[in-house]
Design a protein around this ligand. Structure first.
Ligand SMILES: [Zn+2]
Length: 152
């Protein structure tokens, strides 16, 4: 059920720092030092080169990242860029993370049985075929019953 490389990838990003490094790389090509700088600026927290560089290397070995030497200012730096596969994995990962977050912050949120929109408060409940069914509004309840051929 897990996508290709899914579980292995989970091990790889078992902490938040790695996750955040991926987010930085997802925004665009960056070198190791640049990653550390962005990390510090945004999170107000240092990330160790001992974490960044081995992680970059792991990603590169897995074909998720390509690194090329390019001149930056007067120095040459290894610029790292996610491959298509890398971006795809990030997409999946971010989506999964977003789902986790929304589950955590919206534990009691109901979804309209008809249109699928989230019902933040109120809503409309109707007992349909013996089951309490939640809708965002009475119109959705009507449409729902009409579509299912329920007359009550
Ligand atoms: Zn609705």
């Amino acid at each position: 059920m897990s996508p290709a490389g899914g579980e292995e990838f989970d091990d790889l990003i078992s902490d938040f720092s790695r996750f955040y490094i991926l987010m930085i790389l997802y925004e665009g090509p960056e070198h190791g030092y640049g990653i550390m700088r962005k990390f510090k600026r945004r999170l107000g927290k240092e990330v160790s080169p001992g974490l960044v560089y081995p992680f970059i290397q792991q990603l590169e070995e897995k074909g998720l990242l390509t690194c090329t030497l390019k001149p930056v200012g007067r120095k040459e730096r290894k610029i790292c860029e996610l491959t298509d596969e890398g971006r795809e994995l990030c997409n999946r990962l971010f989506r999964r993370f977003a789902t986790l977050i929304s589950t955590a912050i919206e534990p009691s949120l109901d979804v309209c049985a008809h249109c699928g929109c989230k019902v933040y408060e109120g809503g409309y409940i109707e007992v349909i075929e013996g089951k309490e069914t939640k809708f965002c509004c009475i119109h959705c309840a009507e449409s729902y019953k009409r579509e299912k051929g329920i007359t009550s």
